[in-house]
Design a protein around this ligand. Structure first.
Ligand code: SF4
Length: 393
């Protein structure tokens, strides 16, 4: 793999783990607690053993039966024979020059690859986090839900790769457990005591609503109070706008935050950037968002990658303000993360500020977000594309 010199590269602290080519055993992270209870019951084990396994997995982040020293040796052996504890093998890990972004490329059991990115921010209304500061921080983990993506957004490295397969719920959960474990035992960041995952954004590779069941099952598993206990309100799911799934999400009244990748305020432009818009045009999408906000009382976040002289114009900002009027929402604008397969360029600071000002003057809250990890290919799908286009064999 050829990477530019300026990147800080650290190979994983974890040895590459041999994953079975064709998993014949179920992955522990794929099992909800009640299925572990049923399995152990069928082995004649007392019910409390299932809770011990659950706590080992989600509170101590064990990833091998040998680590469950509170279980009898015979049960550990049986677990080892019947369940797969490892879903991911880290292949490479990159840390940004400012030591605030860590990106990991993982290999899956079938040779496919996915990425997850950890980003540290200063908490809102606090001084920026520095390498040695004690200021409160948010540590946000961005996870993947699919290998590749079928949505084909033109500016996205994952979209350029095409769709390979859905991740199982356990493969989604495993990304979070990997980072939870790594933050406990190693120092990605120098001020490591403040580095617990505080927010999870489902914005990595793939369209999470195209893998709805597994994504929600993963969130439910991570949310379990007897396990990892990660609050539902600290998750954000980002969708490109699959309207039926947004309506389902609204009906389920989940506490998880909803973000929509909007990127354009008229159908012609949006369809040229996001093919899904031909199926679910902006009016239909925003109607679903209004119904979602009305049904749940929750704010919708709109994501907008600012591309110079494409969608960063005052006309787009004015049209967007008009379309969002009266909707409980927030707009996040972020300069485009460049990809090799798309010629569009990131906007300038001045144009981003002008865009934001049009929105805020129209009463639409808008924030300019930082681009993170440009030097480590932190846009989704960028690292994997750099390696080999998806399958790392
Ligand atoms: S931006 Fe998201 S939905 Fe669009 S192709 Fe990329 S991963 Fe898929």
């Amino acid at each position: 793999m050829q990477l530019p010199d300026y990147q800080t590269i650290r190979l994983s602290d974890y040895p590459t783990i041999r994953l079975p080519d064709y998993p014949t055993m179920r992955l522990t992270y794929d099992l909800p607690l009640h299925e572990i209870e049923t399995l152990l019951q069928s082995w004649g084990e007392p019910a409390f053993r299932a809770s011990q396994i659950w706590q080992g997995l989600y509170q101590h982040f064990y990833h091998s039966p040998d680590q469950f020293t509170n279980l009898p040796t015979s049960l550990r052996a049986r677990l080892s024979e019947n369940l797969q504890f490892t879903a991911l093998s880290p292949i490479s890990q990159l840390i940004s020059r400012d030591h605030k972004t860590v990106k990991t490329l993982f290999k899956l059991h079938d040779g496919q690859a996915i990425e997850s990115v950890l980003m540290r921010y200063a908490a809102r209304n606090s001084q920026p986090a520095t390498r040695n500061s004690q200021s409160p921080t948010r540590t946000t983990l961005c996870i993947s839900t699919q290998v590749g993506c079928a949505m084909g957004c033109v500016f996205c490295a994952t979209g350029q790769m095409g769709f390979k397969r859905n991740l199982s719920s356990g493969e989604i959960v495993a990304q979070v457990m990997y980072y939870a474990r790594a933050l406990q035992t190693s120092e990605f960041f120098e001020n490591s005591e403040v580095c617990k995952v505080t927010n999870i954004v489902v914005m990595g590779m793939g369209e999470p609503f195209h893998n709805y069941e597994n994504t929600m099952a993963a969130i439910d598993r991570l949310n379990d109070p007897q396990g990892y206990n990660f609050g539902a309100r600290r998750f954000t799911i980002s969708t490109v706008g699959l309207v039926p799934a947004i309506r389902r999400f609204a009906r389920e009244k989940r506490q998880v935050n909803l973000a929509i990748s909007l990127h354009a305020a008229d159908d012609a432009l949006r369809s040229s950037m996001l093919p899904v818009n031909k199926k679910y045009p902006i009016d239909e999408l925003l109607a679903a968002c209004r119904d979602y906000a009305a049904a749940t009382g929750r704010r919708v976040t709109f994501e907008w990658a600012l591309i110079r002289e494409v969608n960063d114009t005052p006309e787009q900002a004015r049209l967007l303000a008009k379309r969002l009027k009266g909707l409980l929402c927030h707009v996040n604008v972020i300069p485009l993360n460049p990809t090799t397969g798309y010629s569009g360029q990131a906007t300038t600071r001045q144009r981003a500020e002008a865009f934001r000002d049009v929105l805020t003057q129209a009463g639409i809250p808008c924030t300019i977000r930082l681009r993170r990890g440009i030097d480590i290919q932190a846009g989704c799908g960028q690292l994997i594309g750099l390696v080999s286009g998806g399958n790392i064999g």
